[in-house]
Design a protein around this ligand. Sequence first.
Ligand SMILES: N=C(N)NC/C=C/[C@H]1O[C@@H](n2cnc3c(N)ncnc32)[C@H](O)[C@@H]1O
Length: 431
Amino acid sequence: MLEMSECENTQTDSNIITEEFIALEDFSATGAEQLSFSAGDTLLVHEQVCADWWWAERSGCFGYVPSAFLHRRVEDVEDAWQDEEYFSSYGTLKLHLEMLSDRPRTETYRQVIVSNCAALRGKVVMDLGCGTGVISLFCGRLAQPAAVYAVEASSVAEHTEKLVKLNRCDDVVTVFRSRAEDLMLPSKVDVLVSEWMGNCLLVDVLVSEWMGNCLLFEFMVESVLRVRDRWLKDGGMMWPSSASLSLVPCQAHADYSQKMEFWENLYGLDFSCLQPVAREEFFSKPKFSHQLDPDDCLSSPCDVITLDMHTLSVSDLEKLRGEFRFTIERAGTLHGFAAWFSTFFRSLDEGGQPLELNTGPHAESTHWKQTLFMFDGPIGVEEGDCVGGAITLQRNPIWRRHMSITIEWRMKRRNDTTFSEKSSKRFPMWR
Ligand SMILES: N=C(N)NC/C=C/[C@H]1O[C@@H](n2cnc3c(N)ncnc32)[C@H](O)[C@@H]1O
């Protein structure tokens, strides 16, 4: 990043304005003339002194701020939710086929309905983001609810109508083609069931054919919470009832070898000057759908973030942080961390057993697999070493389906008494 001194020699770039910007990320000032701020803060920019540094004000304090951390106010950004391309991606069968083909995922929801079928009798259920309506059909065929509201915003809802009739559920299941947040319903519901989870719990990554195979991100959980607050009866049940993000320090020799070591000796030639480029291109963002081999786990995993879906608020989603402390259980190479999620479904019956969908490396593989966060360089570790730190999921204040994940860690060798300096790496998803 440009230093202040270089900036002052380029007065010609100066541009006097008075415009509000939103901070995308936290910034800590490294000099008295700089102004610190947090993600989501509104800054009043008075002068774009040069391309990289602007003179700004926040709550009466003035200072230089890095322009890269700022974005025009959200109302200037058309369609911060990118709903059109998002819902269009669900208008075709491709993504529904992928989700329905995921047996552990779909079978878990079927089991939830079966094991609660007695308690569901006479209840009103909403299936939020029902897609082809498979969960609603489970309710209609395997239990006797009073009514099921199958809510789906994309054009796949036309097919859902037919599937409900074909499976003789149209006396119980009603399909609403609408964004769930915009719904007007005849009554509140006893149960709000939804399958909203993503690769890193909150954000699902989907390849949008509609957008020419570019990556799109979901952030469906906000819709689930808003609909809960408006339509779930007091004491009603959320399925999933809770969700947790798990993390484990891991090896990834294949990825490191194929993406980094690969350049060292290519047909007798030295391509190693490309390694910094490869690091930026392949290791600066999370690797989704990574199949983590259980033998590559260097420690027992731990739940770093747990969400109680009955009490979680939308504002909680802006920034979620979880701490961790791993003891390395076997010598190896620490290439980074792997993450996945589990969801839990409380029983409607008092004292009934909860059901769990675990997408970790020790469970049956799902379409999400795991997510790999690669460090810039591998770290040799021994049994008894300790890795402590924190993971932060920071939502993008502008692009509401995007977030960044920052992992901070320190090492303590088994014979040392103190931890190393803190290392930190931010993985944007996507802006
Ligand atoms: N990624 C995972 N796990 N599940 C994706 C599940 C996504 C399905 O839910 C629908 N959906 C998402 N958000 C809403 C909403 N606010 N209102 C109505 N329907 C919605 C999408 O169109 C997909 O069909």
